[in-house]
Design a protein. Structure first.
Length: 118
């Protein structure tokens, strides 16, 4: 994920992907079918392991606006350190688009709930 975030999925070369993952070219293609499918798999894993828990925690936080403020402060701090969320790219992949839309909906719902909980 770091390689794709730093270099971009389209820019990162297959040799860089092999070096970053430790996979051989034949293993990469046998397992994922290519670089784009590897990127999609990495995005899906990111959604499930990183984004979903954050949004679920935000939805469950009963503090209202302070919880929303904290969420966005953490997001801005992450972006400023170069650890920004890579999901913007996921919209371009049909395989991930629906999952990103669902998580976005959850985040908006959590924010709406939090705003009402003042």
């Amino acid at each position: 994920m770091c390689l794709f975030r730093q270099r971009g999925a389209d820019t990162a070369g297959i040799a860089e992907v092999m070096q970053a993952t430790g996979l051989s070219r034949s293993s990469l293609y046998a397992t994922f079918g290519g670089k784009q499918r590897l990127h999609v798999a990495a995005l899906r894993r990111y959604l499930e392991r990183r984004s979903r828990p954050v949004f679920d925690a935000l939805a469950a936080d009963g503090r209202g606006l302070p919880a929303i403020t904290g969420f966005f402060e953490q997001s801005v701090a992450a972006r400023c350190t170069g650890a920004a969320c890579p999901l913007g790219v996921a919209w371009s992949y049909r395989e991930c688009g629906e999952r990103v839309r669902v998580l976005r909906g959850r985040a908006l719902h959590a924010c709406a709930q939090g705003a009402g909980a003042r």
